[in-house]
Ligand binder design. Sequence first.
Ligand code: ACO
Length: 377
Amino acid sequence: MAAKGLEGVVVAQSKLSDINGEVGELIYAGYDIDDLARNTTFEEVCYLLWNGQLPNREQLDEIRGHLQQHSALRPEVLDMLRAYPRDADPMAAVRTAISALGMFDPDADDISAESVRHKAIFLTAQTPTIVAAYDRIRRGLEPLQPRAGLSFAANFLYMLNGEEANDTRCRTMDVALVLHAEHGMNASTFAARVTAGTLSDVYSAITSAIGTLKGPSHGGANVEVMNMLREIDESGEDPGEWVRGALGSGKKVMGFGHRVYKATDPRATVLRELADKIMQEAGETRWLDLSDKIRGVMAEEMEKKGKKIYPNVDFFSASVYTTLGIEMDLFTAVFALARMPGWTAHLMEQYADNRLIRPGSDYLGPRGLKVTPLDQR
Ligand code: ACO
């Protein structure tokens, strides 16, 4: 019997993260996501995922140094970004740039543990610079070099906006990155592992992952959330009526539901708090107020239908990113740069204990047909 969508099928053993969807719990390498989001930085989480333990101060300084050291783009990559169409989907731009990086790496095909670990740091360091550089180029601005001494999150905001963000904004970006760093056997991670399972290289595996994350049922959902918020805002329609209308016509409300969580996504809880803080500070709570109304109506409607559909991480990330000055069509690319440590940590596991991933399928087509000569068909 086919397991449509592979639901419930276990395809790997992993020490990276675990999700208890019934109670809405997520852990990275033993630590609760809420604890990590409140008490660590993205760089510490990168180290945790790549090493299985949190760094001490010396180890943290070292990983920060490595990430900074590899964050500048080579001139050929910048030239390539300048040659891309300015109206390209940023995810297509990032996917293509990451794929191209592989051609400049003479050790691209080296899948030894040491080399994969180096590529994990390299790709994690390069991706925010690629995203920010492409965004500036398409806006007719000069791309900026990474600035020494800034955290990973602060550097990304600086390279994007051309000025250093304040502490609240940097910390908000940092927590959003922590929340997106890893998430079990999600579709893009699976795609990365399938590619690595053929013993293909890290760049190819990450290119597969980025292509998979691009879809609106996965990473692209927060773009759709923002589209929805804007549509409701511009229509002047009552949010409750809008949501009921959408549900009545069989549409899914973006930012709700999850294949694994049958309770509130714990990442959404943290992001809701951050959204509140950053929007209060910005003096603009419009998107949060609207989101809260939609959440209330969805809770009522789903309860009536007896469905366990709750807000997911994308529901609040959309308005948080907008408040941080990130263009809507960059949201998924931000997700990609945040997920890089998770994807690469999975590649380390896959290469270390590889078996080709090759599921079967139930054949439903005809049998026994005979080929009719071409001119008689
Ligand atoms: N709005 C309204 N109804 C919904 C929603 C939603 N967002 N999500 C699920 N439902 C309904 C389904 O229509 C289905 O109803 P039915 O039983 O009457 O057919 C029921 O709830 C169960 O949902 P499934 O479709 O079986 O859930 P599935 O696991 O296949 O899909 C998915 C999960 C794709 C995320 C879905 O909930 C969805 O499309 N949500 C909107 C997009 C979104 O927010 N994606 C982000 C996912 S999180 C991430 O990638 C980081």
